[in-house]
Design a protein around this ligand. Structure first.
Ligand code: ADP
Length: 170
């Protein structure tokens, strides 16, 4: 089965997709950037679902590189898939963890039966990952993933990020 990769510029909370991926933090209880935007527009149902996860299987939160799904609340999607990107380090290569975020999110999407999945550029905001390297890891991982997802859409917040992804796409 072929997976189509698309790049769009915009706000991921305005996208229509089966699943929207959140660049969450390990607490699952919200934060800034994409996370804040998803909870703001998606409404309290998402936070309630995250709290329920913390009260059950994710007592210590979600580990870096892992992914878990909740309702998408008021977003135009069926699910939000929360994944925790690594914080960029100049001294330690954490790219396997960043790659894992994309792979694990797609694995969860497959479990759910999601066919269209929208991703932000995980770790490239507050977590400081350089956009060009983040784009390369994102695209390489999705291209080589075994998944039934038909469309993976990268939603880049600004024109600069969009151009970096376009260049990395080749
Ligand atoms: P992280 O903590 O994983 O770095 P951030 O949310 O801070 O997560 O940033 C990840 C990327 O998402 C950054 O490139 C940022 O510019 C972008 N971003 C922020 N808000 C949105 C949004 N509403 N839609 C899409 N991308 C967003």
């Amino acid at each position: 089965m072929t997976t189509t990769l698309t790049l769009v510029q915009g706000d991921i909370t305005r996208q229509s997709a089966d699943a929207i991926v959140n660049a969450a933090n390990s607490s699952l209880l919200g934060g800034g950037g994409v996370d804040g935007a998803i909870h703001r527009r998606g409404g309290p149902e998402i936070l309630a679902a995250c709290r329920a996860l913390r009260a059950s299987h994710y007592g210590k939160g979600l580990a870096t590189g892992q992914a878990v799904a909740t309702t998408a609340g008021a977003l135009d999607a069926r699910w939000v898939i929360h994944t925790v990107g690594p914080v960029w380090s100049a001294t330690e290569d954490r790219s396997a963890l960043l790659s894992s975020c994309y792979r694990e999110s797609l694995r969860i999407a497959d479990e759910l039966g999601a066919r269209t999945v929208a991703f932000p550029a995980i770790s490239t905001g507050v977590y400081g990952w350089p956009m060009d390297d983040g784009a390369r890891i994102a695209l390489d991982t999705v291209r080589t993933a075994r998944t039934a997802v038909r469309e993976v859409r990268f939603v880049l917040f600004d024109d600069a990020a969009h151009r970096v992804f376009e260049a990395a796409m080749g």
